[in-house]
Write a protein that binds this ligand. Structure first.
Ligand code: C5P
Length: 205
């Protein structure tokens, strides 16, 4: 059983994907981490994320980089979004994602193009979304609770830029697969979002 979970930044797709994985006893891959590792490698090398060659060279990162806490930072999220527009980088990360999806018994993968490109034959496809305002509120609250000095306007602009890049790129743009269940979490809290997602998966398999 392969479950694909896609959606924009701060939509709650990561939380939902890991809850689905725990509920159904499946391994989970957060594919954003792979793109973040490439972004981090570019940063460490002092290379240019907008240069296709520099970005591709960074796609051959050591596995140890996947545990670097810096990967979760906004700065690396920005780098990840920039290196992810290069088709060579996307191709270099494809086999690793497909190999994970082929695990015995199935897997849950979350990202931007799981249902459209990585696992087009997934058993269940969820597209998790929420309004830009709702996603801004969540990310802003999270950053404030971490004591980060940031304004709501800055967070709103950051998420807007990330959306534009992820949805506007030519190769594997963020969009729901035609056969995806769209779950809008704008008016749902975390528990309600998870419950709704589990219900969709349970009734689809
Ligand atoms: O989901 P996360 O915020 O960790 O992803 C970071 C960036 O990696 C995204 O903004 C997107 O540009 C890129 N990404 C992607 N395809 C995926 C997962 C992430 O292009 N499957």
């Amino acid at each position: 059983m392969i479950i694909a979970v896609d959606g924009p930044t701060a939509s709650g797709k990561g939380t939902i994907a890991s809850a689905i994985a725990a509920h159904f006893g499946l391994p989970h891959l957060d594919t954003g981490l792979l793109y973040r590792a490439v972004g981090r490698q570019v940063q460490l090398a002092g290379a240019d994320p907008d240069d296709a060659g520099d970005a591709l060279a960074a796609a051959d990162f050591p596995d140890t980089l996947l545990t670097d806490p810096e990967l979760r930072s906004e700065a690396i999220g920005g780098f990840a979004s920039r290196i992810s527009i290069h088709p060579g980088v996307r191709a270099a990360l494809l086999d690793r994602q497909r190999a994970f999806a082929q695990a015995d018994g199935g897997a849950v993968l979350d990202g931007r193009d799981i249902g459209t490109v990585i696992c087009p034959a997934a058993d269940v496809k969820l597209f998790v979304t929420a309004s830009l305002d709702a996603r801004t509120d969540r990310r802003f609250a999270e950053m404030q609770s971490q004591g980060r000095e940031v304004t709501r306007e800055e967070v709103h602009a950051q998420i807007g830029r990330r959306d534009a890049r992820d949805m506007g790129r030519k190769d594997a743009p963020l969009k729901p697969a035609p056969d995806a269940y769209v779950l809008d979490t704008t008016a749902l809290d975390k528990d309600a979002s998870i419950a709704a997602a589990i219900e969709i998966v349970a009734s689809a398999v």
